[in-house]
Design a protein around this ligand. Structure first.
Ligand code: 1DF
Ligand code: MN
Length: 345
């Protein structure tokens, strides 16, 4: 029997955002993101690509090659979101304008193809109250499925109470915030600038793993106990660290070095986080994640166009698991967490 396939971390963009990122790539920013952004948006030298897909072409396309490949491979749906670093390298007003424009265009696309595309909304974290208004519009008026933020904003993280109107809105709207990577914040720069380590090879995971740990250790989920956060890349290594996070956080709390929290790190990760396998096609890692976190907390993702569709489909089709696990991974969890209508049987 065919299993519905919803891929949950699929990147997309619009020319207006691409043009602004091209300006960033030639501008004064010292961010590690520039190394990647330059490769994608400043296409001199051909532009960054993999497996025959130029990333910028892949990002700007939905109805062409993307849909054609989805058809060929039996991928029912992409959960799309504006690609990293989203609007977070722009000034507050430009960021707000482009988040609104991108949400308008993306939600139109999803209305045109309700069974093929769903979407995570962008917002500009720079102005948290305005962000919360756009988050409400994205869910209540545009019918989008959740939110995406690309880790830090000007080196600041969501455990900072200044961002809490964003967390409050997500919790009130009962929608998950996907914390997607961008290059690590300025303080991590030194050792990451060599050997390509700024990239998805290492820096991205370190950045988002750190973000997740900051939120748990910072007591964010005591303030927002129903908040759901999604992280990709098999949980950015956090699942593997849970035992030690628990042990050391408890020890540090006793010594007065960590903040007192109501619950343990493992409990927050269990109840407030879900993960996807985006960009990690490793049977052992996926089995560990399922056994550690529970089958309800793990979803399939490709990370197109940065990773090709076919190997990801082959991976999930051949992953050793039960039928009910495959249904949960491939669509059931995504339907529940991102409010995507299940298919009638
Ligand atoms: C890459 C990977 C680029 C991911 C991304 O956005 C991205 C990459 C600019 O491999 O260059 O989202 N990723 O999620 O791993
Ligand atoms: Mn990605």
């Amino acid at each position: 029997m065919k299993v519905r396939k919803i891929a949950t971390e699929e990147a997309w963009s619009i020319p207006e955002v691409a043009a602004e990122l091209k300006k960033v790539s030639n501008g004064p920013s010292q961010s590690l993101d520039k190394l990647l952004v330059r490769g994608i948006y400043d296409q001199e030298g051909g532009g960054a690509r993999y497996a025959g897909v130029n990333f910028l072409d892949g990002l700007l396309d939905a109805e062409g090659m993307r849909l054609k490949q989805m058809d060929e491979l039996g991928i029912d749906m992409h959960l799309l979101a504006l690609t990293a670093p989203g609007v977070q390298m722009f000034d507050a007003d430009t960021a707000m304008e482009l988040a609104i424009l991108s949400n308008d265009i993306l939600s139109d696309l999803c209305r045109k193809y309700p069974l093929r595309f769903a979407s995570l909304a962008s917002f500009a974290p720079h102005s948290p109250k305005r962000a919360a208004k756009e988050m409400e519009r994205a869910i209540n008026e545009l019918g989008m499925n959740g939110f995406m933020i690309n880790s830090h904003t000007y080196d600041e993280y969501l455990d900072d109470p200044k961002f809490w109107p964003i967390l409050e809105a997500a919790e009130a709207l009962d929608r998950c915030i996907y914390i997607h990577p961008r290059a690590a914040s300025y303080g991590f720069k030194g050792p990451l600038q060599d050997y390509g380590m700024d990239s998805a090879m290492w820096g991205y995971g370190m950045e988002v793993g750190t973000h997740a740990v900051r939120m748990m250790a910072g007591g964010v989920f005591d303030a927002f106990p129903k908040l759901k956060i999604c992280i990709g890349h098999m949980g950015e290594a956090v699942p593997f660290w849970l035992w030690r996070l628990n042990f050391m956080n408890t020890r540090s709390q006793k010594a007065g070095r960590s903040r007192k929290t109501k619950r343990s790190m493992a409990e927050y990760f269990q109840d407030n986080f879900v993960i996807t396998n985006s960009g990690v096609e490793d049977n052992l890692a996926l089995r560990y994640a399922i056994d550690k976190l529970g089958i309800d907390n793990v979803m399939w993702a490709i990370d197109y166009p940065y990773q090709p569709m076919k190997p990801s489909v082959d991976f999930i089709d051949n992953f050793p698991c039960t039928d009910s696990e495959r249904h949960a991974l491939c669509h059931g969890n995504a339907e529940r967490i991102f409010h995507i209508a299940p298919l009638a049987d």
